[in-house]
Design a binder for this molecule. Sequence first.
Ligand code: AMP
Length: 503
Amino acid sequence: MKFSDLGLLEPIERAVHEAGYTEPTPIQQAAIPHLLQGRDLLGCAQTGTGKTAAFALPILHQLVRYNQRPAQKQTRALILTPTRELAIQIFDNFRIYGKHTKIRCSVIFGGVSQVPQVKSVAGGVDVLIATPGRLLDLINQKHLSLRSLEVFVLDEADRMLDMGFIHDIRKIIAMLPERRHNLFFSATMPPDIRRLADSILKDPVSVEVTPVSSTAERIDQKVMYVDRNRKKDLLRQVLQDKSLSRVIVFTRTKRGANQVSEVLEKNGIKSAPIHGNKSQSARQKALEAFKDGKIRVLVATDIAARGIDVDNITHVINFEVPNIAESYVHRIGRTARAGAEGIAISFCDAEERAFIKDIEKLIGQPIPVDRTQPYHSDDVEHARMMSKGKAKAAIESAQNQRRHKHGRNHRSKGGGPSRGGGGGSHRNDTRAGARSESRGGASSASRSGPSPITPRGATTTSKSAITPRPNTTAKTAQTSKSQPPKSTSKVGNLFRGVFGGRK
Ligand code: AMP
């Protein structure tokens, strides 16, 4: 299929052509025709599939086609997204695709002055991309109203819920006009997300880009079994290989990211942590330095890494194995962007074995074990496997103990760094902590130019089945200085109706 087969307006098709896209990705092929007909859409897809253009192109098409000046302080389309990085990327994409049109776009997010944002929406906009907190702030201050909204897009719904935005989302939905066109995207579809989708969408068409496991096929993966308190030693060891030239190390917590980055710096390995506790300029600086090759290792939490769009990442290292299998796929997908192939290494301690099993089930393949590394532990590899629930509880309990110990040390010694852990404060990356990531932090790596997309199948169905995701927990890793051990479509025409009705 070619873009010209989709029937998009000429200025939009021209912009797509100039962006270097030759053919629509599977999700674009599956979604755009339905969206042009006004169907509500339930999209099960993650970033990297061409999802943004899948909704941006038909929205631009309809806004231009049923052209109407937006009233003051109003927007015609709202794209709600969890993080500032994603908000900026989506905004950049709208500007690229809409550059030959007169469509006015604006982006608002927290953590920065609201003054320019208030100005940008004062005269009314066609497309507003927003994070939930700042959107509600501006609405409450009467700088903005959603009264005449025509299109509503909820992006990354699963992440929204993980980040504790459900109440904000419900408040925003209650402000929307009854008659509107709805698009709902989520990488996963557990029951709570499905319920939320059901409460928003009317007779939606479901488009699913299948399945997350396909990302994993292009990546050379391995797991290294290691005692928790040897992980930092193992990381130093692994990084001695200079072919690891652009690396993302994932930790579960912000504090863990700081600690790992400090250890690397002390060992002469240029690195920077990136997470929501860092100022916007610090995150931006770290990203730029990483992109320019001035730092070799970026140490990131899952949420901070979501918006990172950097090509040629040679390796992803999971310093801690995520307890959500889909997060693993998101993480390792960082190293296979733009059609490249990459390497993903997971450091797995005894408690994390259950998570590896879960991941293997999701990706449908075993992850080869590297037993040649000097910190390999047979004991860890053959430790009795806990259930995922027990493993989560054990990790949380160890983390609490370390936190407690850290608190005592802190009090008795009058402060100073904890010896106990590569982990983090309990609230990190939990609902409260994660939420702050969208309110304080970085600008994005904006996407420009084409990025070849690996062809993946997309299916259009009335229902999509995807593995439910459990809740996120925080976990701490330990620090230890040690030597290597010896061993071992009813087409509703709602869209057309909405736009047509206002003509
Ligand atoms: P997304 O899933 O929206 O985050 O898109 C991932 C990347 O794919 C972005 O860098 C887009 O610019 C790029 N992209 C989107 N659609 C296409 C396409 N049809 N052909 C090539 N690249 C694309």
